[in-house]
Design a protein around this ligand. Structure first.
Ligand code: ACO
Length: 343
Protein backbone atom coordinates (compact mmCIF):
# COMPACT_ATOMS: atom_id res chain seq x y z
CA UNK A 1 0.00 0.00 0.00
CA UNK A 2 1.51 3.35 -1.03
CA UNK A 3 0.98 6.28 1.30
CA UNK A 4 1.49 9.98 0.76
CA UNK A 5 4.76 11.38 2.10
CA UNK A 6 4.42 13.52 5.17
CA UNK A 7 7.09 15.41 7.05
CA UNK A 8 5.34 14.26 10.21
CA UNK A 9 5.68 10.55 9.37
CA UNK A 10 7.71 8.59 11.91
CA UNK A 11 8.59 4.90 11.68
CA UNK A 12 7.80 2.74 14.70
CA UNK A 13 8.77 -0.81 15.67
CA UNK A 14 5.42 -2.57 16.19
CA UNK A 15 6.57 -6.18 16.57
CA UNK A 16 9.76 -8.11 17.35
CA UNK A 17 10.50 -11.80 16.68
CA UNK A 18 13.42 -14.20 16.83
CA UNK A 19 14.35 -17.75 15.94
CA UNK A 20 17.37 -19.81 16.92
CA UNK A 21 17.99 -23.30 15.50
CA UNK A 22 17.66 -26.14 18.02
CA UNK A 23 21.18 -27.49 17.90
CA UNK A 24 23.57 -25.92 20.43
CA UNK A 25 27.32 -26.37 20.17
CA UNK A 26 29.27 -25.65 23.37
CA UNK A 27 32.92 -24.62 23.37
CA UNK A 28 34.00 -28.05 24.60
CA UNK A 29 32.70 -29.64 21.43
CA UNK A 30 34.82 -27.23 19.38
CA UNK A 31 37.82 -28.10 21.51
CA UNK A 32 37.45 -31.68 20.33
CA UNK A 33 37.60 -30.48 16.70
CA UNK A 34 40.39 -27.85 16.67
CA UNK A 35 43.28 -26.85 18.95
CA UNK A 36 41.37 -24.58 21.33
CA UNK A 37 39.88 -24.57 24.84
CA UNK A 38 36.68 -23.38 26.47
CA UNK A 39 38.80 -21.06 28.62
CA UNK A 40 40.51 -19.43 25.58
CA UNK A 41 37.22 -18.83 23.78
CA UNK A 42 35.44 -17.42 26.87
CA UNK A 43 38.28 -15.14 27.92
CA UNK A 44 39.05 -13.75 24.41
CA UNK A 45 35.50 -13.49 23.09
CA UNK A 46 32.89 -14.02 25.84
CA UNK A 47 31.35 -16.85 23.79
CA UNK A 48 30.13 -19.98 25.60
CA UNK A 49 27.95 -21.61 22.95
CA UNK A 50 26.32 -21.04 19.55
CA UNK A 51 23.22 -22.35 17.73
CA UNK A 52 23.77 -24.16 14.43
CA UNK A 53 21.37 -24.97 11.59
CA UNK A 54 20.39 -28.58 10.97
CA UNK A 55 21.33 -30.27 7.71
CA UNK A 56 18.96 -28.91 5.07
CA UNK A 57 17.77 -25.99 7.22
CA UNK A 58 18.12 -22.80 5.18
CA UNK A 59 18.60 -19.13 5.99
CA UNK A 60 15.11 -18.61 4.55
CA UNK A 61 13.70 -21.10 7.09
CA UNK A 62 15.24 -19.23 10.04
CA UNK A 63 14.11 -15.90 8.61
CA UNK A 64 10.52 -17.07 8.05
CA UNK A 65 10.26 -18.29 11.66
CA UNK A 66 11.54 -14.99 13.06
CA UNK A 67 9.33 -12.98 10.69
CA UNK A 68 6.20 -14.92 11.65
CA UNK A 69 7.01 -14.37 15.33
CA UNK A 70 7.36 -10.61 14.71
CA UNK A 71 4.03 -10.54 12.82
CA UNK A 72 2.33 -12.42 15.67
CA UNK A 73 3.84 -10.00 18.18
CA UNK A 74 2.49 -7.04 16.18
CA UNK A 75 -0.93 -8.69 15.84
CA UNK A 76 -0.63 -8.49 12.04
CA UNK A 77 -0.41 -10.93 9.13
CA UNK A 78 1.74 -11.04 6.02
CA UNK A 79 -1.23 -9.64 4.08
CA UNK A 80 -0.78 -6.39 6.03
CA UNK A 81 2.82 -5.95 4.79
CA UNK A 82 3.89 -3.63 1.95
CA UNK A 83 7.49 -4.90 1.63
CA UNK A 84 9.93 -7.46 3.04
CA UNK A 85 13.64 -6.73 3.41
CA UNK A 86 16.18 -9.34 4.49
CA UNK A 87 19.73 -8.59 5.62
CA UNK A 88 21.98 -11.60 5.17
CA UNK A 89 25.57 -12.62 4.43
CA UNK A 90 24.51 -16.19 3.80
CA UNK A 91 21.80 -16.17 1.12
CA UNK A 92 20.57 -19.62 0.18
CA UNK A 93 21.12 -18.99 -3.53
CA UNK A 94 22.87 -16.39 -5.71
CA UNK A 95 19.37 -15.72 -6.98
CA UNK A 96 16.48 -15.45 -6.36
CA UNK A 97 16.87 -13.35 -3.24
CA UNK A 98 16.39 -15.08 0.11
CA UNK A 99 13.82 -12.33 0.84
CA UNK A 100 11.67 -13.63 -2.01
CA UNK A 101 11.92 -17.16 -0.61
CA UNK A 102 10.80 -15.89 2.80
CA UNK A 103 7.89 -14.03 1.22
CA UNK A 104 6.75 -17.30 -0.39
CA UNK A 105 7.14 -19.25 2.86
CA UNK A 106 4.98 -16.69 4.68
CA UNK A 107 2.34 -16.77 1.93
CA UNK A 108 2.89 -13.14 0.88
CA UNK A 109 2.11 -12.01 -2.64
CA UNK A 110 3.05 -9.15 -4.97
CA UNK A 111 4.71 -6.79 -2.51
CA UNK A 112 8.42 -6.05 -3.12
CA UNK A 113 11.06 -8.16 -1.35
CA UNK A 114 14.84 -7.83 -1.54
CA UNK A 115 18.09 -8.69 0.23
CA UNK A 116 20.65 -6.33 1.75
CA UNK A 117 24.33 -7.26 2.04
CA UNK A 118 26.32 -5.28 4.58
CA UNK A 119 27.55 -8.36 6.52
CA UNK A 120 27.17 -7.86 10.30
CA UNK A 121 25.91 -4.30 9.70
CA UNK A 122 23.08 -5.49 7.44
CA UNK A 123 20.27 -4.92 9.93
CA UNK A 124 21.57 -1.44 10.87
CA UNK A 125 21.86 -0.58 7.17
CA UNK A 126 18.39 -2.05 6.60
CA UNK A 127 16.73 0.04 9.32
CA UNK A 128 18.21 3.21 7.80
CA UNK A 129 17.22 2.27 4.25
CA UNK A 130 13.69 1.14 5.04
CA UNK A 131 13.00 4.07 7.35
CA UNK A 132 13.96 6.50 4.58
CA UNK A 133 11.66 4.77 2.09
CA UNK A 134 8.79 4.72 4.57
CA UNK A 135 9.22 8.37 5.42
CA UNK A 136 9.16 9.10 1.68
CA UNK A 137 5.73 7.49 1.60
CA UNK A 138 6.57 4.31 -0.32
CA UNK A 139 5.41 1.82 2.32
CA UNK A 140 3.30 1.83 5.45
CA UNK A 141 4.31 -1.53 6.92
CA UNK A 142 7.55 -3.44 6.30
CA UNK A 143 9.05 -6.67 7.63
CA UNK A 144 12.77 -6.21 8.24
CA UNK A 145 14.72 -9.38 9.01
CA UNK A 146 18.33 -10.26 9.79
CA UNK A 147 19.04 -13.97 9.22
CA UNK A 148 22.23 -16.00 8.92
CA UNK A 149 23.56 -19.52 8.54
CA UNK A 150 27.15 -18.48 9.24
CA UNK A 151 28.06 -22.10 9.98
CA UNK A 152 27.82 -22.78 6.24
CA UNK A 153 30.67 -20.38 5.40
CA UNK A 154 32.91 -21.17 8.37
CA UNK A 155 36.08 -23.20 7.87
CA UNK A 156 35.60 -25.72 10.70
CA UNK A 157 39.31 -26.54 10.71
CA UNK A 158 40.38 -22.90 11.32
CA UNK A 159 40.46 -22.16 15.06
CA UNK A 160 40.93 -18.44 14.36
CA UNK A 161 37.41 -18.12 12.99
CA UNK A 162 35.30 -21.23 13.65
CA UNK A 163 34.91 -20.44 17.36
CA UNK A 164 33.32 -17.06 16.65
CA UNK A 165 30.13 -17.59 14.67
CA UNK A 166 26.58 -18.87 15.11
CA UNK A 167 23.26 -19.08 13.26
CA UNK A 168 19.90 -17.43 13.89
CA UNK A 169 17.38 -14.81 12.83
CA UNK A 170 15.65 -11.75 14.25
CA UNK A 171 12.89 -9.62 12.75
CA UNK A 172 10.89 -6.46 13.30
CA UNK A 173 7.62 -5.16 11.90
CA UNK A 174 8.00 -1.48 11.05
CA UNK A 175 4.99 0.80 10.72
CA UNK A 176 4.81 4.43 9.57
CA UNK A 177 2.68 6.53 11.89
CA UNK A 178 2.18 9.85 13.55
CA UNK A 179 4.97 11.71 15.28
CA UNK A 180 4.14 10.97 18.90
CA UNK A 181 7.66 11.58 20.19
CA UNK A 182 8.72 7.93 19.71
CA UNK A 183 10.12 5.90 16.79
CA UNK A 184 13.22 5.80 14.62
CA UNK A 185 15.53 8.80 14.63
CA UNK A 186 18.54 9.57 12.42
CA UNK A 187 20.96 6.81 11.43
CA UNK A 188 24.62 7.05 10.43
CA UNK A 189 26.23 4.62 7.94
CA UNK A 190 29.81 4.18 6.72
CA UNK A 191 31.85 1.89 4.49
CA UNK A 192 35.56 1.76 3.65
CA UNK A 193 36.26 -0.87 1.02
CA UNK A 194 40.01 -0.54 1.33
CA UNK A 195 39.88 -2.84 4.38
CA UNK A 196 38.48 -5.76 2.37
CA UNK A 197 41.34 -8.16 2.94
CA UNK A 198 41.15 -8.06 6.73
CA UNK A 199 37.78 -9.82 6.77
CA UNK A 200 36.14 -11.59 3.86
CA UNK A 201 34.67 -14.75 2.40
CA UNK A 202 35.51 -15.03 -1.26
CA UNK A 203 32.83 -16.60 -3.35
CA UNK A 204 33.63 -18.99 -6.14
CA UNK A 205 31.37 -18.67 -9.18
CA UNK A 206 31.22 -21.66 -11.47
CA UNK A 207 32.15 -21.14 -15.11
CA UNK A 208 34.22 -18.44 -16.73
CA UNK A 209 33.63 -16.01 -19.56
CA UNK A 210 35.64 -16.88 -22.68
CA UNK A 211 39.28 -15.68 -22.87
CA UNK A 212 39.48 -14.88 -19.16
CA UNK A 213 42.85 -14.61 -17.50
CA UNK A 214 41.45 -14.39 -13.97
CA UNK A 215 43.39 -17.37 -12.73
CA UNK A 216 42.68 -16.67 -9.06
CA UNK A 217 38.98 -17.03 -9.56
CA UNK A 218 39.48 -20.26 -11.50
CA UNK A 219 41.73 -21.67 -8.79
CA UNK A 220 39.18 -20.77 -6.15
CA UNK A 221 36.45 -22.40 -8.16
CA UNK A 222 38.45 -25.59 -8.42
CA UNK A 223 39.06 -25.53 -4.67
CA UNK A 224 35.47 -24.55 -3.82
CA UNK A 225 36.73 -21.83 -1.44
CA UNK A 226 34.10 -19.67 0.25
CA UNK A 227 35.07 -19.69 3.92
CA UNK A 228 35.55 -16.69 6.21
CA UNK A 229 39.11 -15.38 6.38
CA UNK A 230 39.95 -12.83 9.06
CA UNK A 231 42.94 -11.00 10.53
CA UNK A 232 41.19 -10.84 13.89
CA UNK A 233 43.40 -8.57 15.95
CA UNK A 234 43.57 -5.95 13.14
CA UNK A 235 39.77 -6.10 12.75
CA UNK A 236 39.47 -5.71 16.51
CA UNK A 237 41.52 -2.50 16.61
CA UNK A 238 39.64 -0.80 13.76
CA UNK A 239 36.26 -1.96 15.13
CA UNK A 240 36.85 -0.39 18.54
CA UNK A 241 37.97 2.91 16.97
CA UNK A 242 35.19 3.16 14.38
CA UNK A 243 32.44 2.15 16.81
CA UNK A 244 33.66 4.79 19.26
CA UNK A 245 33.41 7.38 16.47
CA UNK A 246 30.04 6.29 15.11
CA UNK A 247 28.26 6.34 18.47
CA UNK A 248 29.42 9.94 18.94
CA UNK A 249 28.28 10.75 15.41
CA UNK A 250 24.78 9.31 15.83
CA UNK A 251 24.34 11.09 19.17
CA UNK A 252 25.35 14.40 17.55
CA UNK A 253 23.02 13.78 14.58
CA UNK A 254 20.12 13.37 17.01
CA UNK A 255 21.12 16.03 19.52
CA UNK A 256 21.37 13.64 22.47
CA UNK A 257 23.97 13.21 25.22
CA UNK A 258 25.60 10.04 26.52
CA UNK A 259 23.56 10.31 29.70
CA UNK A 260 20.30 10.22 27.66
CA UNK A 261 20.89 6.67 26.39
CA UNK A 262 18.84 4.02 28.14
CA UNK A 263 20.00 0.91 26.22
CA UNK A 264 22.92 0.00 23.99
CA UNK A 265 21.95 -2.78 21.55
CA UNK A 266 25.26 -3.63 19.87
CA UNK A 267 26.32 -6.13 17.24
CA UNK A 268 27.64 -9.13 19.16
CA UNK A 269 31.13 -9.90 17.81
CA UNK A 270 33.26 -10.01 20.94
CA UNK A 271 32.52 -9.07 24.57
CA UNK A 272 35.70 -6.96 24.70
CA UNK A 273 34.53 -4.82 21.75
CA UNK A 274 31.12 -4.39 23.42
CA UNK A 275 32.68 -3.36 26.71
CA UNK A 276 34.97 -0.84 24.99
CA UNK A 277 31.96 0.87 23.37
CA UNK A 278 29.96 0.91 26.62
CA UNK A 279 32.96 2.46 28.38
CA UNK A 280 33.22 5.23 25.76
CA UNK A 281 29.54 5.99 26.43
CA UNK A 282 30.01 5.90 30.23
CA UNK A 283 27.18 3.38 30.16
CA UNK A 284 26.78 0.89 33.02
CA UNK A 285 27.29 -2.69 31.76
CA UNK A 286 23.71 -3.62 32.74
CA UNK A 287 22.41 -1.05 30.20
CA UNK A 288 24.14 -2.93 27.37
CA UNK A 289 22.48 -6.00 25.83
CA UNK A 290 24.86 -8.98 25.78
CA UNK A 291 23.88 -12.13 23.90
CA UNK A 292 27.30 -13.07 22.54
CA UNK A 293 27.78 -15.71 25.27
CA UNK A 294 24.73 -17.69 24.07
CA UNK A 295 24.53 -16.79 20.36
CA UNK A 296 28.16 -16.02 19.34
CA UNK A 297 28.42 -13.74 16.29
CA UNK A 298 25.30 -14.20 14.18
CA UNK A 299 26.28 -11.38 11.78
CA UNK A 300 23.21 -9.57 10.40
CA UNK A 301 20.95 -11.43 12.86
CA UNK A 302 22.80 -10.30 15.95
CA UNK A 303 21.30 -6.82 16.43
CA UNK A 304 17.64 -7.92 16.02
CA UNK A 305 18.33 -10.98 18.20
CA UNK A 306 19.78 -8.69 20.88
CA UNK A 307 16.78 -6.35 20.55
CA UNK A 308 14.44 -9.31 20.94
CA UNK A 309 16.37 -10.47 24.00
CA UNK A 310 15.91 -7.07 25.65
CA UNK A 311 12.26 -6.87 24.58
CA UNK A 312 11.29 -10.25 25.98
CA UNK A 313 12.93 -9.46 29.32
CA UNK A 314 10.14 -6.90 29.69
CA UNK A 315 12.50 -4.09 30.68
CA UNK A 316 11.86 -1.82 27.69
CA UNK A 317 9.63 1.15 28.43
CA UNK A 318 7.87 3.42 25.97
CA UNK A 319 9.96 6.53 25.22
CA UNK A 320 13.30 4.96 26.23
CA UNK A 321 16.28 5.84 24.03
CA UNK A 322 18.03 2.94 22.26
CA UNK A 323 21.34 3.04 20.39
CA UNK A 324 21.93 0.21 17.89
CA UNK A 325 25.37 -0.20 16.31
CA UNK A 326 27.37 -2.65 14.20
CA UNK A 327 30.77 -3.14 12.61
CA UNK A 328 31.36 -5.58 9.76
CA UNK A 329 33.42 -6.86 6.88
CA UNK A 330 33.83 -4.29 4.14
CA UNK A 331 34.46 -2.58 6.45
CA UNK A 332 30.86 -1.43 6.77
CA UNK A 333 29.63 0.08 10.00
CA UNK A 334 26.84 2.27 11.33
CA UNK A 335 24.39 3.14 14.09
CA UNK A 336 20.66 3.78 14.54
CA UNK A 337 18.85 5.59 17.30
CA UNK A 338 15.23 5.26 18.32
CA UNK A 339 12.75 5.95 21.05
CA UNK A 340 10.87 2.76 21.92
CA UNK A 341 7.28 3.02 20.66
CA UNK A 342 5.57 0.13 22.46
CA UNK A 343 3.90 0.29 25.86
N1 ACO B 1 42.02 -21.10 20.46
C1 ACO B 1 43.28 -20.98 20.93
N2 ACO B 1 44.18 -20.12 20.42
C2 ACO B 1 43.77 -19.35 19.40
C3 ACO B 1 42.48 -19.41 18.84
C4 ACO B 1 41.57 -20.35 19.43
N3 ACO B 1 40.33 -20.49 19.00
N4 ACO B 1 42.38 -18.52 17.85
C5 ACO B 1 43.55 -17.90 17.75
N5 ACO B 1 44.42 -18.41 18.69
C6 ACO B 1 45.80 -18.04 18.93
C7 ACO B 1 46.46 -17.41 17.74
O1 ACO B 1 46.94 -18.40 16.86
C8 ACO B 1 47.56 -16.63 18.39
O2 ACO B 1 48.62 -17.52 18.69
P1 ACO B 1 50.17 -17.06 18.55
O3 ACO B 1 50.33 -15.93 19.53
O4 ACO B 1 50.90 -18.29 18.90
O5 ACO B 1 50.31 -16.63 17.13
C9 ACO B 1 46.96 -16.17 19.71
O6 ACO B 1 45.82 -17.03 19.93
C10 ACO B 1 46.52 -14.72 19.72
O7 ACO B 1 45.76 -14.47 18.54
P2 ACO B 1 45.07 -13.08 18.28
O8 ACO B 1 44.37 -13.11 16.97
O9 ACO B 1 46.07 -11.98 18.51
O10 ACO B 1 44.00 -13.06 19.49
P3 ACO B 1 43.04 -11.89 19.91
O11 ACO B 1 43.20 -11.62 21.33
O12 ACO B 1 43.08 -10.75 18.96
O13 ACO B 1 41.59 -12.59 19.76
C11 ACO B 1 39.76 -12.61 18.18
C12 ACO B 1 41.18 -13.08 18.50
C13 ACO B 1 38.83 -13.20 19.21
C14 ACO B 1 39.40 -13.11 16.80
C15 ACO B 1 39.67 -11.08 18.25
O14 ACO B 1 40.76 -10.52 17.54
C16 ACO B 1 38.39 -10.53 17.68
O15 ACO B 1 37.35 -10.71 18.23
N6 ACO B 1 38.49 -9.79 16.57
C17 ACO B 1 37.35 -9.06 16.01
C18 ACO B 1 36.33 -9.94 15.36
C19 ACO B 1 35.27 -9.04 14.77
O16 ACO B 1 34.88 -8.05 15.34
N7 ACO B 1 34.82 -9.30 13.58
C20 ACO B 1 33.93 -8.33 12.94
C21 ACO B 1 32.63 -8.81 12.75
S1 ACO B 1 32.59 -10.35 11.91
C22 ACO B 1 31.92 -10.03 10.36
O17 ACO B 1 31.82 -8.96 9.92
C23 ACO B 1 31.55 -11.28 9.51
Amino acid sequence: MNTLPSTETVVHIRGVGAYLPERIMHNDELASMVDTTDEWIRSRTGIEQRHLVAVGQLTADLAAQAAQAALDDAGLTVADMDALVLATTTPDMIFPSTASMVQARLGGKEFPAWDIQAVCSGFVYGLAQVEGMMRAGMFRRVLLIGAESMSRIVDWSDRNTCVLFGDGAGAVVLEAGENDGCGLMRSVLHCDGSYRELLMAEHAMRGQPPHTDRQTVMDMDAAGVSAIQMRGNEVFRVAVTKLGEVVNEVMAANGVQKSDIDWLVPHQANIRILQATAKKLNLPQERMVVTVARHANTSAASVPLALHDLYQRGELKRGQLLLLEAFAGGFAWGANMLRWSRD
